[in-house]
Design a protein around this ligand. Structure first.
Ligand SMILES: [Zn+2]
Length: 270
């Protein structure tokens, strides 16, 4: 409630900076989506560089084929939902880190998936489609631009950005640095609910079983090891997540059960 109030107040002060999300929620938008996309493009290259230098971008052909097929089917549906995203430079990279159970998406459809999520969750294709559909939904609903805006709006955030810059050695400044840090910041629970709702629909329309959304989060909660998976800390649980997802299932089943092949967006292989 308090957070919503602060957002409303900030929106009132910064009249120009307000937007409305697909589910009708007020969003603080100091950063336009176009600048968030440009900043994310720069941040993405810089964030992947250390992995590429260490040979840690996974090129296993079977895994790449599987991830590209699922992602391509989801993106085709995302473009139907928001046609202007056709011009986005969509991309997904698999980062070889068996300890990191995570995936993320930046503004403009720049995504990453860590091998730890594959190794530890052992998702079925239907479950992996829920992860990636959820991530794509964060980008579709402009959540990364929103997170960047919140960080830049508070002086503490600006200070934190400076400190993090010293610690991370990322050759990024300003908006690009905010974009890089945004993937590590937790989404709000309201943003999580939106991504759950949009994600399950994208996945069902792409031909993936909506019931897998429930088993995915169950598996995620059961992952052991040192602390909870990174994915859970950046994707906090909205109230009654599993119950709400289960309520969406009947509405999603007809999309899933539709006959015929689903369109696949062709991802660039670079
Ligand atoms: Zn999320």
């Amino acid at each position: 409630m308090k957070k919503a109030y602060i957002t409303m107040m900030l929106c009132a002060v910064l009249l120009m900076a307000c937007a409305t999300s697909p589910t009708g929620r007020h969003q603080l938008m100091l950063v336009s989506e176009d600048s968030a996309i440009a900043a994310s493009k720069e941040a993405y290259v810089e964030m992947l560089k250390p992995y590429a230098q260490k040979g840690k971008i996974d090129n296993d052909p079977a895994l790449l084929k599987r991830v590209d097929e699922i992602t391509g089917r989801l993106i085709a549906q995302a473009i139907k939902m928001r046609p202007e995203t056709q011009k986005w430079d969509w991309s997904i990279k698999i980062i070889d880190d068996p300890e990191v159970v995570n995936a993320w998406a930046m503004a403009g459809g720049k995504m990453a998936l860590y091998t730890g999520l594959i190794d530890k969750i052992k998702p079925t294709d239907d479950e992996l489609a829920q992860v990636l559909g959820h991530e794509i939904s964060h980008a579709l609903a402009k959540h990364s631009a929103e997170k960047m805006s919140v960080a830049m709006a508070s002086s503490i955030g600006v200070l934190a950005v400076g400190v993090a810059a010293d610690n991370k050695g990322l050759a990024l400044g300003g908006a690009a640095l905010a974009a890089a840090l945004a993937v590590e910041k937790p989404n709000s629970r309201a943003a999580e609910s939106e991504a759950d709702r949009i994600g399950i629909e994208l996945a069902a329309k792409a031909g993936y079983d909506p019931r897998a959304a429930i088993t995915l989060w169950q598996k995620m909660a059961k992952v052991g090891g040192q602390g909870p998976p990174q994915f859970l800390s950046t994707h906090p649980s909205p109230a009654n997540r599993e119950k709400k997802l289960a309520e969406y299932v009947p509405e999603m089943m007809p999309y899933y059960e539709q006959k015929g092949a689903r369109p696949v967006y062709k991802l660039q292989s670079n």
